[in-house]
Design a protein. Structure first.
Length: 590
């Protein structure tokens, strides 16, 4: 019963503060009279003192309630709340002064100076009551928090400090490295700002073991800063993320943070105009790329999404994630043209995003027939039906491995590109978008390395010199939609993937971030169909578009009737590798 009585509620908080404000107001008015008369109040002034209490105290309670001061949780009372307290006090004592002037005969004798004295006393005592719990909590919070160095822009740093003061994060900012050099030597929220060159000295003198990164220009800057912190012995590094109401949340740095590339020419307006109010079919919607395309299409205002996948589990996962009213889940395979056609007949589709494909290189090498059927025939079915049913735009999600392919997966995707470029598309605009590996996809090395690290190693890398191009899934998908928005049919767009990354460096970086430096890295040799170096995505013959991140590959002519016949022969051919080499002469396969 007693415990329940002490449990805080909204009503109890209001009653508690009203009671405290009444008691403190009685005290401050009495103290104001004492100070005015040098602690010897003449008897004739007690009447006006009581009258002042009778007017000022109800006024305070009313105005505080109107200003919602009673609704502020004790522990979160801050500077803006104190401003409201000041304004409400000014209003209360202004109104009281007006009442006194109108009815001064009732108050006489009355020492007018007590109005000003009581104003300041009330602000002090009532204000101190409000911040007392916060001061106590912050003191306790500092005792249990880790000392942290802060790095980033001033505005983000201040918001993160506020979250610490509110008891929402367990890292105490004690030194700041600002990205604004003009701030060096100044103080932000009482914490000194230092130059980046002094970081080693600060970390040593203040015994800093943690750091919070509040903002950086790009992943390259973050990567360099993290390396520098590691070299100085700071291993506990967090990234501050600012959410609604300027609240900060801390998260661990991931590999994705260090490799993220934010395209500077991302045209969200063009993407929105392309997607908004469209009915879109996404094949392979349950895969890594398909899922992200689904999310982004909804974000950019698609009217309806038809999510097609032959994996029941993958389709179920994305269906559970998205808004039910906006999606139609379709459990089908792109290989079965008769069943697939029912979908095109039933729904009035504006855009097809074709992400369905077998992409895992070693598995495809072991299952050539299935890869040809799924990748080539499946794509051909989708393109043919899109043309037949008047789909406005068809986008083929292709791969960097289609460039001078060294494996079956790349060769099958190259055949798809040839079909997309050369088919008589009538009123359907057909484009392909080619890009490299995406971090975190089901076929990426990142989930594999992460699992190996969790299990204590070793981390297995095929070759010490193997390199790959990488991009985050959301970035790649946005650029796919941007490229698709400007395609007019027949183009193969190429996304600029930046600089290639050594896989062994990737493994080392993940090992370092995990804090498990003792985990070994083993080299197991190149797998079947795997290149040591991927071809440059952007060739000298590729044309620059109006966006620096998107190029158009050189057009390849191929007689479409010949290509259709080649695909039919490929399905019947026993030696499918040789036939693929005839269709794609640049296909080199050991």
């Amino acid at each position: 019963m007693f415990k329940k009585l002490l449990t805080p509620t909204f009503a109890k908080r209001v009653i508690f503060f009203i009671f405290c404000d009444v008691v403190l107001s009685i005290f401050t008015i009495y103290l104001a009279y004492l100070l005015r008369f040098n602690f010897d109040i003449p008897v004739e002034f007690f009447k006006s003192m009581k009258l002042m209490m009778a007017v000022v105290i109800p006024l305070k309670v009313l105005v505080f309630y109107i200003y919602k001061i009673y609704f502020i949780p004790w522990r979160f009372f801050g500077l803006n709340d104190y401003k409201k307290l000041v304004y409400s006090h000014l209003l209360v004592y202004t109104v009281f002064s007006i009442i006194f002037l109108l009815f001064q005969n009732l108050f006489l004798p009355f020492p007018r100076s007590v109005i000003l004295i009581d104003l300041f006393l009330s602000l002090f005592f009532i204000g101190f009551l409000r911040i007392s719990r916060r001061v106590f909590i912050e003191g306790k919070h500092k005792e249990n928090s880790k000392k942290a160095l802060m790095y980033g822009s001033n505005s983000e740093i201040i918001k993160t400090i506020k979250s610490f003061l509110d008891g929402e994060i367990d890292y105490e900012p004690i030194a700041i490295i600002s990205r604004d050099n003009k701030s060096v030597g100044t103080y932000l929220s009482g914490i000194k700002v230092y130059a980046k060159k002094d970081m080693k000295k600060i970390i040593r003198e203040k015994e800093i073991e943690s750091a919070i990164v509040c903002s950086v220009e790009d992943a390259k800057e973050l990567d360099g800063f993290v390396d520098e912190l590691h070299s100085l012995g700071v291993k506990d590094i967090k990234i501050s993320q600012i959410f609604q109401e300027d609240k900060a949340r801390l998260k661990n740095i991931t590999l994705e943070d260090l490799l993220a590339r934010k395209p500077k020419d991302l045209d969200k307006r063009a993407i929105k105009e392309f997607i908004k109010d469209k009915k879109i079919l996404i094949t392979g919607a349950g895969g890594s790329i398909g899922r992200e395309l689904s999310r982004q299409c909804l974000r950019y205002g698609a009217k309806k999404l038809y999510l097609l996948d032959h994996s029941e589990y993958n389709l179920y996962k994305i269906e559970q994630e998205l808004e039910k009213e906006a999606i139609v889940p379709i459990l089908q395979s792109v290989v079965d043209k008769k069943i697939l056609e029912k979908t095109f007949e039933k729904y009035d589709i504006d855009i097809v995003l074709h992400a369905a494909a077998y992409k895992h290189v070693p598995l495809v090498e072991e299952n050539v027939d299935e890869a040809i059927l799924n990748n080539i025939v499946g794509t051909k079915n989708c393109i043919d039906l899109s043309i037949k049913y008047g789909v406005k735009k068809f986008i083929l999600i292709s791969t960097d491995k289609a460039v001078r392919p060294a494996n079956v997966m790349g060769a099958t995707k190259r055949v798809c590109e040839l079909y997309a470029q050369n088919i008589d598309s009538k009123d359907t605009e057909i484009v392909a978008v080619r890009f490299g590996n995406v971090l975190g996809s089901s076929g990426s090395v990142v989930p594999k390395f992460r699992k190996q690290i969790e299990e204590g190693g070793p981390i297995t890398v095929t070759h010490p010199e193997i390199t790959r191009y990488f991009m985050l899934i959301p970035e790649a998908c946005e650029l796919v939609l941007q490229a698709a928005s400007m395609g007019r049919g027949g183009e193969v767009f190429v996304l600029d993937m930046g600089e290639p990354v050594k896989i062994v460096d990737l493994a080392k970086k993940m090992r370092e971030l995990s804090g498990k430096k003792d985990i070994k890295i083993e080299f197991i040799g190149l797998r079947s169909g795997e290149k040591l170096y991927e071809e440059l995505l952007v060739d000298e013959s590729d044309k620059q578009t109006k966006y620096s991140s998107i190029f158009v590959a050189k057009e390849t002519k191929y007689d479409i009737e010949r290509l259709k016949q080649d695909i039919e022969e490929l399905l019947l051919e026993k030696n499918k590798i040789d036939k693929l080499k005839k269709i794609v002469p640049e296909f080199k396969h050991d």
